[in-house]
Design a protein around this ligand. Sequence first.
Ligand SMILES: *Cc1c(COP(=O)(O)O)cnc(C)c1O
Length: 388
Amino acid sequence: MDPADELICLGHDENLAARQGAILPPIAQASLFAQPSFAELAEGLAHENRRFVYSRGKNPTVAALEAKIAALERAEEAQCFASGQGAISATLYGLLRAGDHVLFANQVYGPALQLARHLERFGVTHDHLPEADAAAIAAAFRPQTRLLYLESPGTMTFRQLDLAAAAAAAKARGILTVCDNTWATPLFQKPLELGVDLSLQSLSKYTGGHSDVIGGVVAGSAALLATIFYGAFLLNGAVLGPHDAYLLLRGLRTLPVRLRQHQADGLAVARWLAGRPEVGTVLHPALIAEDAAIGARQLRGYGSLFSFTLKEAGHPEVARFIDALRYFRIGVSWGGVESLVISPSREGNAAALEKAGLPAGLVRLSVGLEGAAVLIADLEQALEKIHR
Ligand SMILES: *Cc1c(COP(=O)(O)O)cnc(C)c1O
């Protein structure tokens, strides 16, 4: 972790004097901002991506969060949204037009692909390479390709993609690259430093950190952010509220220390699972040998979200295992203090999973902050119940 990033997260970049020494950023719970003159109102409306006019555009509390995320991502600017999916949809709506093609590479967040299928009705086409390297990506570009959309480590299988090589291949063709950086957060991976144009995140995961807030953000150049602001954000109208921005600013305060603990406990649980006879493979970026060289170049640390396969891969076995867990709560999302378990397994869907590049018997864990020993004991007793 870069010590400069930790200081940003802890609030040492903030101007306390400008807010009477208040140790935390104030919540600007206001829908509109009165202007000193009519001329300044006109000026503000002409530059709504820079001025505080109406909170459906810019709001000071949300702007404070955006400034921090831009600094962490080494971006000129950042724009927050009501959710991570809001950041994804505004990026696609803002940058694409009829006739464009989008290439998705690596396993990516499912709703991003659902949105791509929805965009077909507006004349935007796409392809998806669930497993790809830079050469396969370059070979899949079409004359109409406008955007390369990546996620690394990828959703569910946590394989890594060489971000610098993929972004260079896109840049050579004048194609923009977007990376979903939710897993690593900018503390552990900086896509823009690797040549990626836009880094987006769900803030509902590690940044919020307590499973009590939904938010999203995209970071990049001022020019691209202005295109997204005027071409999608302001038109969609789905903003992050100032109170949610405050919760996310508070989440950032403890993000470095939480991530360190998530990393240590996630690795301990993953390594323990790798030694168990009931377990097939452990899909944790630290344990996937084929990706070690890529990881050494682009990943500074590990999140605690990973998957593994049960050797007894049938749906009844997966369900029995999950239902036997006591400390892993059964639920979607991840990145909070509580450990979570989920699986894409459903009765009779093994063939569909294989087609999507997901192995049968896949179980995904989000390792929370209960302590590795408690979680390992829980997994052990649940593994023993698979056959009962
Ligand atoms: C959760 C998630 C999203 C979507 O974020 P929301 O805040 O839930 O809309 C996008 N990408 C990844 C990798 C996620 O885990």
